[in-house]
Design a protein around this ligand. Structure first.
Ligand code: ADP
Length: 397
């Protein structure tokens, strides 16, 4: 079976053609600069082949046409015809409280995604454009929406409600939603497979450019660090993470800035990037800077691991203990120094790293010592596989 997984942004579109049963990726790539000019990057993992092409992409429909064109291309393609693609799975950012699981796309599902636009104003319209482009270019092909928020819908009210007046929840659905749900769900499932049981208290640290932690009990989300939007939680590449809202008021009043300007500052110019003095949001650069004695880079890295550690402590308390701690995503999978810094001081919880194991990168492995009470894993995340599996299941119903 072949499932096309689509992650559509406002001016970009990522794709993977994959087998939902084996996880094999036949081809993957990226359309960029949609609506500007258009550029396609296409890779075939089995042969290592990489193609880059400038192609006009005035809308997402032309981008999808370009993707299908290269997938069936006799020289660079991986299928003989579009008929070989069984179904399409879409990553959709915000499903509000409406979606606790993925859904087969029909008019009602599209309307529900539209209804969630106020909650995901940047992403949901782009996700819908991706869906509609596929409907135009591949009419009749089953399509499935997989929501970044769905996994978090098992949180209890004490975790998802904000302590603000009721009317904002009742009328506007303002609450914690959380993101990276497809990644957290993959990890919850994979941990259960790897540990041979699902009755576990797990904290997953998804540490990438955007970062969030998730407290998982018996395979279900109990709490997560992002909120109504993806700005909450630990500091990130360029996002501030949790800040006292008084900071927002102070900057607005003192510098006569609009709320949108302050949000741009908190989303795009903050995080480890800001603490490094604007040097970089990439942890590799920060580690190199810290090695050269750059104090700002050192502080950026210290702040990041300190805040992640604090969330681990909080979630261990929320879960009533901890059985498994997981690191995933770019930094979690490839950053031994960050993992060590997060775990340093968590011995009281029963976390004991094996430094030699932790020195490795980018593969599924236990990095805790044999006598560690908490099993610490590095698990490369695979959101596309979850999307492909849901798409297979729903399109066969
Ligand atoms: P996104 O949130 O964009 O999906 P990723 O999960 O791909 O992000 O993570 C990207 C980040 O991973 C980069 O910004 C970089 O800081 C970090 N990263 C990647 N490789 C390494 C490495 N070898 N060592 C430390 N950090 C790394």
């Amino acid at each position: 079976m072949k499932i096309l997984v689509i992650n559509a942004g406002s001016s970009s579109l990522k794709y993977q053609l994959m087998d939902p049963d084996t996880g094999d990726v036949f081809a993957k790539g990226l359309c960029e600069r949609i609506g500007i000019d258009g550029r396609l990057t296409h890779k075939v993992p089995a042969t290592g082949k990489k193609v880059e092409k400038d192609l006009p992409m005035p809308t997402h429909s032309e981008a999808i046409e370009a993707v299908l064109g290269i997938l069936v291309d006799p020289e660079n393609g991986v299928v003989a015809s579009v008929d070989e693609i069984d179904a399409v799975g879409h990553r959709v950012l915000h499903g509000g409280s409406k979606f606790t699981a993925s859904c087969l796309i029909d008019d009602a599902c599209k309307q529900a995604i539209r209804d969630c636009i106020p909650l995901g104003p940047l992403h949901n319209p782009a996700n819908l454009m991706g869906i509609e482009a596929c409907q135009t270019v591949m009419p009749g092909k089953p399509q499935v929406a997989v929501f970044d928020t769905a996994f978090h819908m098992t949180m209890p009210p004490k975790a998802y409600r904000y302590a603000i007046p009721d009317e904002y929840y009742d009328n506007d659905s303002i609450r914690r939603y959380g993101f990276h749900g497809t990644s957290h769900r993959y990890i919850a499932q994979r941990v259960a497979e790897l540990m041979g049981r699902s009755d576990l208290r797990v904290i997953n640290c998804h540490l990438g450019n955007g970062s969030s932690l998730c407290a998982i009990k018996d395979g279900q989300c109990q709490d997560t660090s992002m909120g109504l939007g993806p700005l909450a939680g630990v500091p990130m590449g360029t996002r501030a993470g949790d800040v006292d809202t008084t900071v927002v008021q102070y900057i607005m009043n003192t510098y006569n800035k609009s709320i949108d300007e302050v949000f741009t500052l908190l989303n795009k110019k903050s995080g480890v990037y800001a603490l490094s003095g604007g040097l970089s949001s990439d942890f590799r650069d920060l580690e190199a800077g810290a090695k050269d004695g750059n104090e700002k880079c050192k502080l950026a890295l210290e702040k990041f691991s300190y805040e992640v550690k604090k969330y681990v402590g909080a979630y261990a308390a929320a879960l009533g203990g901890l059985d498994v701690l997981v690191f995933t995503a770019g930094v979690g999978e490839n950053g031994p120094a960050t993992r060590a810094a997060v775990c340093d001081g968590l011995e009281f919880l029963g976390v004991k790293l094996d430094p030699e194991k932790n020195a490795q990168r980018g593969k599924e492995m236990i990095i805790s010592a044999p006598d560690s009470k908490v099993t610490v894993w590095v698990i490369p995340t695979n959101e596309e596989l979850v999307i492909a599996q849901d798409t297979k299941a729903l399109s066969q119903q």
